[in-house]
Design a binder for this molecule. Structure first.
Ligand code: GDP
Ligand code: ZN
Length: 350
C-alpha cells in the first residue's frame, strides 16, 4: 500500500568523517547508547558522536528507535555518526522540545476484539483516523472471532474496510485463524500495534512468532551490560523480515480537538464528495446541500463510518483506554519533564 511520505526533517551528521561508514537500523536507544542492527546483520552497541548533539535542535535526542543511521569506528568504540532523514515519527512533547518515540513506522495493526471486551467499531475508526494522520498505514484485525456464534456482522465490517482499501481480516489467537495473514502483513515492514488492552494483541503477535511480546517486560533493556534505561521502545526483528515496534502506538486521543475539515480528509471515502458541498466551510454535520450527507443517504458512504466521523468532530469520546500498554511511566534519566504531554503522531511536516 502506498501512502504519502512526510517531508524529511533534515539529516543530522556528526563530525567524525574518518573511517569506513556502515549503515544500519536503530533497534533501541538509551541515554548514552544505541543498539544498532547493521545491514550485514551484526548487532552493535554504539555511542553517539558528539557532533550529533545540536543544542538548537527541536528534538530532545538525536537518535530514536527506527532511525536509519551511519556508524563509524572510533578508538575502539563505534559511534552513531549520522541519522538519515525520517519518513515519519511518533513523538511526545517534553517541555519545548519533541522526544521522538519511534521513527519510520510503516503501519499500525489495529486490533479489536469480536467480543470480550465488546466489539467497538467507533474505536477502530478513531484509530484509523489517528494512524492516517500520522501517515502510518492502518491494518485492521478483528480478533477473538472464536468467541462469537454469528460472525456475519464482523465479516461485513472486514468487507467495509477492505472496500476502503485497508488490509483487514478476522483472526483468533486461539484457533490460529488469521495468523498467517497477519504474518504476511508484517513481513518486511516496521509495524506497531494499537487497541485497548485485553483484545489479544500480545497473543496474536506471539502466535505469529513465539516469544515476540513478553507482557511483563521490564523497561530496562537486556542487551547491554548492566542496566540501561531505554525510552521504552524496542524494535523486535521478525523471522519473516521486518520489525515489531513495541510502542504505545497510535493513540486515538491524538485526534481530539481536530477541526472538522482536518478529520474529514482522513476519512478517505469522503474525498470524492467534499468539494461538492454547498458551503466551503461545510463540516458535513447539519449543513444543507452537503454532498457527504447525500452520499450517506445514497449508500455511497457507510452510515457507520459517517457516525464515527460525527462522533469524532463532536468530541463524543470513547473512553481513553485506547492505546497500548506502557504510557508515560518509564523512568527516563535524561528527561527533565516527565509529566509533559502525551504522544502525538508526527510526520515531519508539522
Ligand atoms: P492484549 O492486552 O491486547 O495484549 O491482550 P492479550 O494478548 O493479553 O489477551 C487478553 C486475553 O484474551 C488473554 O486471556 C488471552 O488468552 C485471551 N485471548 C487472546 N486472543 C484470543 C482469541 O483469539 N480468542 C480467545 N478466546 N481468547 C483470546
Ligand atoms: Zn458537507
Amino acid at each position: 500500500m502506498s501512502r504519502p511520505r512526510g517531508r524529511p526533517h533534515g539529516d543530522s551528521r556528526g563530525r567524525n568523517d574518518g573511517g569506513p561508514r556502515r549503515s544500519g537500523l536503530v533497534l533501541a536507544v538509551s541515554v548514552r547508547h544505541a543498539k544498532v542492527r547493521l545491514d550485514d546483520g551484526e548487532i552493535l552497541r554504539c555511542e553517539y558522536s558528539r557532533g550529533l548533539f545540536d543544542p538548537a535542535s527541536s528534538f530532545t535526542r538525536p537518535v530514536a528507535a527506527g532511525d536509519r543511521v551511519e556508524v563509524v569506528a572510533d578508538r575502539g568504540r563505534t559511534l552513531v555518526d549520522r541519522v538519515l532523514p525520517r519518513r515519519g515519527y511518533l513523538s511526545r512533547l517534553r517541555g519545548r522540545k519533541e522526544q521522538v518515540i519511534v521513527a519510520n513506522v510503516d503501519q499500525v495493526v489495529i486490533v479489536a476484539a469480536a467480543a470480550e471486551p465488546r466489539f467497538r467499531p467507533r474505536l477502530i475508526d478513531r484509530l484509523i483516523v489517528a494512524a492516517e494522520r500520522a501517515r502510518f498505514a492502518p491494518v485492521i484485525v478483528i480478533n477473538k472471532i472464536d468467541r462469537v456464534e454469528d460472525r456475519t456482522p464482523l465479516v461485513e465490517k472486514v468487507a467495509l474496510y477492505r472496500g476502503l482499501g485497508y488490509a483487514a481480516f478476522v483472526a483468533s489467537a486461539v484457533t490460529g485463524e488469521g495468523v498467517d495473514e497477519l504474518r504476511e502483513v508484517l513481513r518486511g515492514k516496521i509495524s506497531a500495534a494499537a487497541g485497548p488492552s485485553g483484545v489479544g494483541k500480545s497473543s496474536l503477535l506471539n502466535a505469529v512468532q513465539p516469544g515476540l511480546v513478553i507482557r511483563t517486560a521490564p523497561i530496562s533493556d537486556r542487551w547491554g551490560k548492566g542496566v540501561h534505561t531505554t525510552t521504552g521502545v524496542t524494535l523486535h526483528p521478525l523471522v519473516v523480515g521486518g520489525y515489531y515496534a513495541d510502542t504505545p502506538g497510535v493513540r486515538a486521543f491524538a485526534i481530539a480537538g481536530l477541526p472538522a475539515a482536518d478529520v474529514a480528509v482522513l476519512f478517505r471515502e469522503f474525498q470524492p464528495f467534499i468539494d461538492s458541498c454547498r458551503f466551503n466551510s461545510c463540516t458535513h454535520d447539519h449543513e444543507p446541500e452537503c454532498a457527504v450527507q447525500i452520499a450517506v443517504v445514497n449508500g455511497k458512504i457507510s452510515f457507520e463510518r459517517y457516525e464515527s466521523y460525527l462522533k469524532i468532530i463532536r468530541g463524543d469520546d470513547e473512553p481513553a483506554e485506547d492505546g497500548e500498554v506502557d504510557d508515560d511511566d518509564e523512568a527516563d534519566a535524561d528527561d527533565p519533564d516527565p509529566d509533559a504531554d502525551a504522544d502525538t503522531p508526527r510526520d515531519g511536516t508539522h
